[in-house]
Design a protein around this ligand. Sequence first.
Ligand SMILES: [Zn+2]
Length: 279
Amino acid sequence: MNFTLLFPNFKKRAVTFSYDDGVVQDKELTEIFRKHGMRGTFNLNSLKSGSVKKRIDKDGVEIDCSHLFLTGNRDVYRGMEVACHTANHPHLEELGYEEQFVEYNEDIENLRGIYGKNVVGGAYPYGTYNAMTLEVLRKLGLHYMRTTRSTYAFHRPFNWLLWNPTIHHRDPRLKETVDRFLKCNAELPILYIWGHAYEFAIDHNFDLMDELCARLEKEEDLYKGTNEEIYGYCKAAELVYSRDGAFINPSDKDVYLLGEDGKQYCVKAKERLVYDDGK
Ligand SMILES: [Zn+2]
């Protein structure tokens, strides 16, 4: 029987967030995410921890956009995914293989030390990279890496190490894109929003994210996952097939789907599920 894949708990669509650099405004942003049940991924530069940075808002007022002192603020990322963004935020394409390797490896090791969890993905600093960067990421066994190129689309990436997001939250097309996503009937559509939390301080618009999350929270058919949760689920779901009157799930995760008979099925990890095809 043919079928359409669904997200966990039979949700038709998924939303995820990705915020970079580990800045003091992550405190407020993660509070908004937690308040509305959203899950985000935070890409941190471990050797920038605590470094002071000021930015100017549109009225010329100086705003503190410093990097968060990570070891003193472990709790900020409670319920979120911590991911890598290189130790020092360099332009990777200007570095050799070994230097790129050290930038990623050191960040991963430091973050694992601070948060006690494996780091399996992240984002490219400045959104730049070269072929060597991809070799480094494969060598380190990373699952996914986010670019800065908006697609305004909801499909899964062709290459998870070049995961193009849907849209930046500052983009004037944000509302139109969210509207379109909530009507999207493709298989496993993902709304992927990215940015930097300090932008909300400079633009004085944390309410933009609060209102967006409040709207998404009301959507019944929406799975909220970190980048890694979405990656892991999609990789598992893609393995499922149908044969001899059963759905077969060779993956290590339960997979949810909608059969062409209109019924919903949950195929348990490593199991086969016999369906009634009416014959
Ligand atoms: Zn960055």
